[in-house]
Write a protein that binds this ligand. Structure first.
Ligand code: NDP
Length: 446
């Protein structure tokens, strides 16, 4: 079967040249599902995998806008509508200078399987721009968002494609884009998720990815008779996912000792308690400052310029910044230092060589498409509330989120058991695949 997977990959690489992250994401799925796939002639006959790796639609567009000096700026906008087999396209928008077609195709591809795992009816998509919100005024961000939405609005809708946030797209950006969509279409609909609470947003959506990731790790730990209490955790990133990971770990009486951004890492051996986390949220979400400022404020904290957190001793690691942030050497160091559980809050944060290190060491490794699915799941719950024109309580949304994470964990165990060890990556890929493949076959050749 490995030969068959390799032949398949060669064709994917030939058709999508230069898109290394897309190749990486496809390879992971193809290698995991190939045995199951090959054993099912109906999949092979319908060429399900070939169709899954070809986006249903790719939209690329120019985004012109004026900066505060009145200069003309040009960015590129994208939306990848990967699969609508089980529901409307659903997935975030990323605004970051590293955004390319290949990065968004990898994210859209992952999203298809992740959304399938959530148990909710959502297809997969992703989009964004190479626009960098860092250092821009609110006015510039608004101008950009309005121009971006002017084109995107032709392609999305509450029953067609429902974008959300991702790196560089938080409440502020969703607000500006929603405002422009409403103005252009003269419709107040649930076309985006991650909305403000006063205008259709769901309680717990901001918290959902981080909380969900910690819940998933809690389920993995239970299989070894353990919990989060008393565990030392390291977290990368300091944005949405990282912040609420720390909050949930604190609630469950664990201790997080690191956060980072693209300039460096802070290491606070005392732990990032509630008060310090409130400072980080203000620093990052309102002042839009750098994490190095934390070390100036809290004595006893070290700032590791240009470094990631992986050299710090811990029990659990939560990579929550970006793709490929843990390489083989980092993975070896984590395992050597006694880390025995990984919860991927970010998408594809570990390289394939790094994943192999974790799996060979038989530690608990939760891949992003399972561990961080709580964000999109709660976006799905936001869509349900919008359709009902009702808002659920915080407790109700969080309970549903918790149950979804338990259900995703169970699916991974069902398809990922290898003797006593659970290969969560394999489990997540097969469980996600089976549902989408079945829907594709039922719906004929489209
Ligand atoms: P934010 O923009 O809120 O935060 C991103 C954080 O990661 C920032 O601290 C940022 O630092 C850091 N970061 C971004 N790019 C890099 C890079 N190239 N190198 C080092 N650090 C980097 O994004 P989110 O927290 O929303 O997203 C984080 C990850 O979680 C992403 O992989 C995203 O796809 C994934 N995810 C997010 C979901 C959500 O609901 N938001 C849902 C599922 C997955 P800096 O400020 O210096 O850029």
């Amino acid at each position: 079967m490995q030969k068959r997977a390799e032949e398949f990959m060669q064709e994917v690489i030939r058709k999508n040249p230069g898109e290394a992250e897309f190749h990486q994401a496809v390879r992971e799925v193809v290698e995991a599902v190939m045995d199951h796939y090959g054993a099912n002639p109906k999949y092979v006959k319908a060429r399900v995998l070939e169709r899954m790796t070809e986006p249903e639609r790719v939209i690329m567009f120019r985004v012109p806008w004026l900066n505060d000096k009145g200069e003309v700026m040009i960015n590129r906008g994208y939306r990848i509508e990967m699969s609508s087999a089980i529901g409307p396209y659903k997935g975030g928008l990323r605004f970051h200078p590293t955004v390319t077609l290949g990065i968004l195709k990898f994210l859209a591809f992952e999203q298809v399987f992740k959304n399938s795992l959530t148990t909710l009816p959502m297809g997969g998509g992703k989009g964004g721009s190479d626009f960098d919100p860092k250092g821009k005024s609110d006015n510039e961000v608004m101008k950009f968002c309005q121009s971006f939405m002017t084109e995107l609005s032709r392609h999305i809708g509450p029953d067609t494609d429902v974008p959300a946030g991702d790196i560089g797209v938080g409440g502020r950006e969703i607000g500006y884009m929603f405002g422009q969509y409403k103005r252009l279409r003269n419709e107040f609909t649930g076309v985006l998720t991650g909305k403000g609470l006063n205008w259709g947003g769901s309680l717990i959506r901001p918290e959902a990815t981080g909380y969900g990731c910690v819940y998933f790790v809690q389920e993995m730990l239970k299989t070894r008779g353990e919990g989060i209490k008393g565990k030392v955790c390291i977290v990368s990133g300091s944005g949405n996912v990282a912040q609420y990971t720390v909050e949930k770990v604190n609630q469950l009486k664990g201790k997080c000792v690191t956060l980072s951004d693209s300039n460096g890492t802070i290491y606070d051996p005392e732990g990032i308690n509630e008060e310090k986390l409130a400072y980080v949220m203000e620093l990052k979400n309102e002042k839009r400052g750098r994490i190095s400022e934390y070390a100036k404020k809290y004595k006893g904290t070290k700032y590791l310029a240009g470094k990631r957190p992986w050299g710090i001793k811990c029990n659990i690691a939560f990579p929550s910044a970006t793709q490929n942030e843990i390489n083989e050497a980092d993975a070896k160091e984590l395992v050597k230092n006694g880390c025995y559980a990984i919860g991927e809050g970010a998408n594809m944060p570990t390289t394939p060589e790094g994943i192999e290190v974790f799996q060979k060491a038989k530690i608990l490794y939760a891949p992003g498409k399972a561990a961080n699915a709580g964000g999109v799941a709660t976006s799905g719950l936001e869509m349900s509330q919008n359709s009902e024109r009702l808002s659920w309580t915080k407790e109700e949304v969080e309970e549903r989120l918790h149950n979804i994470m338990i259900s995703i964990h169970n699916s991974c165990v069902k398809y990922g058991k290898e003797g006593k060890y659970v290969n969560y990556a394999k489990g997540a890929n097969i469980a996600g695949f089976v549902k989408v493949a079945g829907a594709m076959i039922d719906q004929g050749l489209v």
